[in-house]
Write a protein that binds this ligand. Structure first.
Ligand SMILES: [Zn+2]
Ligand SMILES: [Zn+2]
Length: 920
C-alpha cells in the first residue's frame, strides 16, 4: 500500500471501489461479496438497504463467521422510508434508488483506534483528500444519560494533520445508532467534507448556520463509523457488550463525486457513460440534455436499479419487490417519453450499466440477456396500456379541477393501477405536474382491500410485532431458558423430540395457557420442524402433551406453520385441537413424517432436475426460482424458448436413471469459497455465511453439487418415480417445469395406466397400440362425417324437389312454405338458393328442427323485393310463433326459435303474411 498521496481526480469510480477493498484486505479483512438485493432470511425487509443486513445475525450473536474483520461493497436499494423517497430521485444530485455502500467491519476485533486511524489514512493519504476540509463528529448525549464519546474524540485529535477545531459533538439524532428498540447499539462518528462556501445553497436564508449538519450542500457526510458497544434492554437501560464491534458505511456515489471534484453524483464516471448512452439513443444535443436533467437522471438511476434487480432474479410484477421492479422500469419509460422515445429504449441504457458495473458485479454480465429482454418486454407491456391510463388520468384531473378539488382520491389512483397498470408513482408524477396531490393512504387502503396481503408477500413491515417477539426472546434468554443462540434449529436429523413448552403466544401476547380452539404460537428450546426457505415449504405436524403410560394426549396442538419472526426465535404456529396447553408442560414435538418425506423427495428431485437440464440444454441453465411442496416441485430456470418433447423425455429419462442408480445424497459443511470454487451452484436471493451447507449427489464424480439448506432423502432411490407434468414460460427468458415424485407420481401413473387399460378394452387393442387405433378411428369418424354431410345435402335436394310440388300462387306470386327434416341452417339457406334457381320469381320459407332447435330461412327474389316483400319481416313474424327472432336482408333472412313442436304452425303464417304484404 503506497503512502504517497494519489491525485484524486485520476481514480475512476471502479478504482475507488477496488482501492477501498484492497486497503482493508491489506489490514487483515476478508473481502466478503455483496449479498443479494433480496435479503435472505429477513421477512421484515423488502430489500437489502445497508451493508449491515448480511451481518445482522452476527451482531445479534445468533450467527458466527470464520473471520472477525470484513470489508465489502454492498448493493443496496431504498425506495421508501425515512432515508429516501422516490420523489427525490432525479430532482437532486444525491438521491438514488440503487446505490453501493462501502463498509469495513470488526466483529469483536479492532475498535475505535484502528477504525478512525484507517479511515483517516485512506481518505487523506491513499485517496489524497484535503485534510483541511475534513470535519469529524462524535456523540454527546443531549439527555446526559449516556457517557460522551471522549474515547473517539481523543483518537481524532491524535490524527496527523487533523484540525482539532474541526471536531464537533452532536446528540442522539446524528451520532447514536440503534438497530431497534432493544439490542446492540452505540455511538457513531461521522466524517464530513467541506466543499467550500460556494456550495452553500442556503446562504442568506434567515436562521441558516453554515456548518456540519447545517442542512445545506456545503458539507457532505462521507463516512459513518458506528461503534457498537452497548446492548439496550429497555428505554433507559444500556449494558456494555463484552465484545465490541465496528460497522462503517460510505456511499460510493458520494465519495466518488467528491474525489472527482464534481458537484453531482450524476457527473461521476459511475453515471456519465449511462447518461451519454441515453443522450445518444435520444439523439439530443448537450443543450437539450442540460434542459432535461430530471428525465436523464431518473432514467439513469432507474435503469441502473432495474438492471441490478433483474440481475438478482427480481422480475416485474404486482407485489412487493416485483412491484418495485415494475415501477422503476415504468417510471423510467415514462420519463423516456419526455425525451421523445416512442419505442423501448431501456435495454440500450442497461447495456451501459452492465458494461460499467459488470466487472465488479459479474451477475450483471451473466444475466445480460435476461436483463435486456425483461426490460424491453416490460416497456412493451407498459406501452400497450399507458396511453389509455394517462388519458383516463387526465380526464379525471379535468373533472377534479372542475370540482375545485386539489387531491386525487386514493381509490381512483388504485383503479388506474389495477385497470391500466399505471403505477402510483407515475400517477403522482403526472398529478403533481398539474398541481394535484394524490391520497397515498387511500391508495394503500384500496390496494390492501384488493388483495389480502399474505405473509410471504413482503411490503408491510410490522415493527411492533417484531419488537414483541424480540421481547419474548430476550425474556427467555434473561431467565436462562434459551441461550444466546436462541432456539436450536435442526430439521436435518430426528423428526420428533421432547421439550418443555417455553412460551405460548396468543394474539401477539405471551400467555400462561391456552384452550381448545385457540390459535397459538409455541416456543420450545429446539425444533425439528423445517422453516420455509430456499423454496422449500415449512413442515406441519403436532405438538402434544402425554401423561405417563397414556396413548391419548392430554392436550394437542395441530401445527400448520413454523417461522422465525425474530432472529433466534423459531415459532410453531397452530390451533389447539384438544385440552388446555400450559407453559412448562412437557411437549412431544413431531413433524408430519409422510408429508416431510414427500417434500424431501421433491427437493432432491429438484437438484437432479437442475443437473440434468444443464446436461441436456447447456450450462446457461440456472435456477431462477423453485418451490418445493409435498404435492409437486416447481423449478424455474434461465433458458430461451420452449423445450421440445425429445428434450423433456431425455431429461425425464436421465433423472429417473439417476434415481435408479441409488446415489448417496451427501451433506457437507465447508467454507463458502471452497464450495463455490468446487463448482457448487449458489442461488438467487439466498444468504450464505462463511460456512455453507452443500448437497452432493453422484459417485465417483458429483454431477449435482449445490449450496442448499433444505432437507433431502438419504439415497436417490428414495425419490421413487419422477414425472414432468408441465413445461411453460414463467417470465422473459425463464422457463418453468413442474414435476411429481414418490407417492404422487405413483398415483399419477396408476390413474393414467388405469385409463389406458379402459381405453384398450373399449378399443379391443393392446395398450401400446391404442394411439394408432385412436388415430385410425378419428380418421374413420372424419370421413363418416364428411359422408353424412354429403348425404344430407343429397337428401335435401330430393326434399326440395318434393316441396316444389307444393308451391302455391298467392296473388300471382309463387310461394313455398315447408318443413324439412333435420337439416342445419346452412343447408336450409342452400335450399333457398336452389329454389331461386328453379323459380325465377317467388317467395320461399323453409323450417327445420336441428339438434332440437327450430331454424327458419326466408328468401325473396329481387323483383318481389322491389314490390315491397321483405324476407326479414317474414322470417321474424314466423319465428315469433316458436318463441324466437331473427332478421337479415330483404332478399334473404334467417331466424331461430325455442319451441320445436310448433314449426308447422309457424310456417302456416307465411301465406297470409305474403298475401297481406302484396295487398298493400
Ligand atoms: Zn450553508
Ligand atoms: Zn436445494
Amino acid at each position: 500500500m503506497t503512502k504517497k498521496a494519489v491525485p484524486s481526480q485520476s481514480l475512476t469510480g471502479a478504482q475507488i471501489r477496488q482501492s477501498f477493498l484492497d486497503f482493508f484486505a491489506a489490514r487483515g479483512h476478508a473481502i466478503v461479496p455483496s449479498a443479494s438485493l433480496v435479503p435472505g432470511n429477513d421477512p421484515t425487509l423488502l430489500f437489502t438497504n445497508a451493508g449491515m443486513v448480511q451481518f445482522k445475525d452476527v451482531f445479534l450473536g445468533t450467527d458466527h463467521r470464520s473471520y472477525t474483520r470484513a470489508v465489502d461493497s454492498q448493493k443496496c436499494m431504498r425506495v421508501s422510508g425515512k432515508h429516501n423517497d422516490l420523489d427525490d430521485v432525479g430532482r437532486d444530485n444525491i438521491h438514488h434508488t440503487f446505490f453501493e455502500m462501502l463498509g469495513n467491519w470488526s466483529f469483536g476485533d479492532y475498535y475505535k483506534q484502528d477504525a478512525i486511524g484507517w479511515a483517516w489514512e485512506l481518505l487523506t493519504e491513499v485517496w489524497g483528500l484535503s485534510r483541511e476540509h475534513m470535519w469529524a463528529t462524535c456523540f454527546q448525549d443531549e439527555k446526559g444519560e449516556i457517557p460522551r464519546d471522549d474515547e473517539a474524540a481523543d483518537i481524532w485529535r491524535q490524527q496527523p494533520g487533523f484540525d482539532p477545531s474541526h471536531l464537533l459533538f452532536f446528540g442522539r439524532h446524528d451520532n447514536f445508532w440503534e438497530m431497534a428498540e432493544t439490542g446492540p447499539c452505540g455511538p457513531d462518528s461521522e466524517i464530513h467534507y467541506d466543499l467550500g462556501p460556494d456550495y452553500c445553497d442556503r446562504a442568506g436564508v434567515p436562521g441558516h448556520v453554515c456548518r456540519v449538519n447545517g442542512d445545506c450542500k456545503r458539507f457532505v457526510e462521507l463516512w459513518n463509523l458506528v461503534f457498537i458497544q452497548y446492548n439496550r434492554t429497555g428505554p433507559t437501560s444500556l449494558t456494555p457488550l463484552p465484545k465490541k464491534h465496528v460497522d462503517t458505511g460510505m456511499g460510493l456515489d458520494r465519495v466518488v463525486a467528491v474525489m472527482q471534484a464534481v458537484d453531482s453524483n450524476y457527473k461521476t464516471d459511475l453515471f456519465s457513460p449511462i447518461l451519454n448512452t441515453i443522450q445518444r439513443l435520444a439523439g439530443q444535443t448537450d443543450e437539450q440534455r442540460e434542459a432535461n436533467f430530471t428525465p436523464y437522471r431518473v432514467i439513469a438511476d432507474h435503469a441502473r436499479a432495474a438492471a441490478f434487480l433483474i440481475g438478482d432474479g427480481v422480475t416485474p410484477g404486482n407485489n412487493g419487490r416485483n412491484y418495485v421492479c415494475r415501477m422503476v422500469i415504468r417510471r423510467a419509460a415514462r420519463f423516456g417519453g419526455k425525451l421523445g422515445f416512442t419505442q423501448p429504449f431501456l435495454a440500450g441504457v442497461a447495456e451501459a450499466v452492465i458494461d460499467n458495473y459488470g466487472a465488479a458485479y459479474p451477475e450483471l454480465t451473466k444475466f445480460r440477456a435476461a436483463i435486456l429482454q425483461t426490460l424491453t418486454q416490460e416497456e412493451q407491456r407498459f406501452q400497450r396500456t399507458v396511453d389509455v391510463g394517462v388519458a383516463n388520468l387526465n380526464d379525471l384531473l379535468d373533472y377534479l379541477a372542475g370540482q375545485g378539488e386539489k387531491t386525487v382520491p386514493g381509490g381512483e389512483a388504485f383503479n388506474l393501477y389495477a385497470t391500466f397498470g399505471l403505477p402510483f408513482e407515475i400517477t403522482r408524477d403526472i398529478a403533481e405536474e398539474r398541481g394535484f396531490s394524490v391520497d397515498k393512504p387511500g391508495f394503500d387502503r384500496a390496494s390492501k382491500a384488493h388483495s389480502e396481503i399474505s405473509r410471504t408477500e413482503v411490503g408491510v413491515i410490522d415493527n411492533e410485532a417484531v419488537a414483541a417477539y424480540r421481547q419474548v426472546l430476550h425474556d427467555l434468554q434473561a431467565t436462562g431458558k434459551l441461550d444466546q443462540d436462541g432456539v436450536e434449529y435442526d430439521p436435518y436429523n430426528d423428526m420428533e423430540l421432547e421439550e418443555p413448552v417455553l412460551a405460548l403466544i396468543k394474539g401477539g401476547q405471551r400467555v400462561a395457557s391456552v384452550k381448545t380452539g385457540d390459535k397459538v404460537e409455541v416456543v420450545v428450546a429446539r425444533t425439528c420442524f423445517y422453516i420455509e426457505g430456499g423454496g422449500q415449504v415449512a413442515d406441519t405436524g403436532f405438538i402434544a402433551h402425554y401423561a405417563d403410560d397414556q396413548d391419548e394426549p392430554l392436550w394437542e396442538i395441530e401445527i400448520r406453520d413454523v417461522y422465525r419472526p425474530a432472529a433466534g426465535l423459531s415459532v410453531h404456529r397452530g390451533t389447539v385441537t384438544l385440552g388446555a396447553p400450559r407453559e412448562g408442560d412437557l411437549a412431544w414435538v413431531g413433524v408430519d413424517v409422510e408429508r416431510r418425506w414427500d417434500i424431501m423427495r421433491n427437493h432432491t428431485a429438484t437438484h437432479l432436475l437442475q443437473a440434468e437440464l444443464r446436461y441436456v440444454l447447456g450450462d446457461h441453465v440456472r435456477q431462477a426460482g423453485s418451490h418445493v411442496t409435498p404435492d409437486r416441485l416447481r423449478f424455474d430456470f434461465t433458458h430461451q424458448g420452449m423445450l421440445t418433447q425429445e428434450q423433456l423425455d431425455h431429461v425425464t429419462r436421465l433423472v429417473n436413471e439417476a434415481i435408479l442408480s441409488n446415489f448417496p445424497v451427501e451433506v457437507e459443511h465447508m467454507a463458502r469459497e471452497k464450495a463455490v470454487g468446487g463448482g457448487a451452484m449458489a442461488l438467487f436471493g439466498e444468504k450464505y455465511g462463511a460456512v455453507v451447507r452443500t448437497i452432493r449427489i453422484g459417485e465417483p464424480e458429483a454431477f449435482s453439487f449445490e449450496l442448499c439448506g433444505g432437507t433431502h432423502v438419504l439415497e436417490t432411490a428414495d425419490v421413487g418415480p419422477f414425472i414432468i407434468t408441465t413445461e411453460e414460460a414463467a417470465a422473459a427468458g425463464i422457463r418453468r417445469i413442474e414435476a411429481v415424485t414418490g407417492r404422487v407420481a405413483l398415483d399419477l401413473i396408476q390413474k393414467r395406466l388405469g385409463a389406458l387399460d379402459n381405453v384398450s378394452t373399449y378399443l379391443k387393442a393392446k395398450p401400446e397400440e391404442v394411439d394408432r387405433k385412436v388415430l385410425m378411428f378419428m380418421d374413420e369418424l372424419q370421413s363418416a362425417q364428411k359422408e353424412i354431410i354429403h348425404l344430407r345435402r343429397e337428401l335435401a335436394q330430393v326434399e326440395l324437389e318434393n316441396l316444389l310440388a307444393k308451391v302455391e300462387n298467392i296473388a300471382g306470386v309463387p310461394v313455398l312454405a315447408g318443413a324439412v327434416k333435420n337439416v342445419d341452417a346452412d343447408t336450409l339457406r342452400e335450399m333457398t338458393d336452389w329454389f331461386r334457381a328453379r323459380v325465377p320469381s317467388g317467395v320461399v320459407v323453409l323450417g327445420s328442427v336441428f339438434e332440437n332447435r327450430p331454424n327458419f330461412v326466408a328468401a325473396v327474389t329481387e323483383d318481389l323485393v322491389k314490390r315491397g316483400l321483405d324476407a326479414g319481416k317474414i322470417v321474424k313474424a314466423v319465428a315469433k310463433v316458436v318463441g324466437g327472432g331473427g332478421g337479415g336482408k330483404p332478399s334473404l333472412a334467417q331466424a331461430g326459435g325455442k319451441d320445436p313442436s310448433r314449426v308447422s304452425e309457424a310456417l302456416a303464417q307465411v301465406k297470409p303474411i305474403v298475401a297481406s304484404a302484396l295487398a298493400h
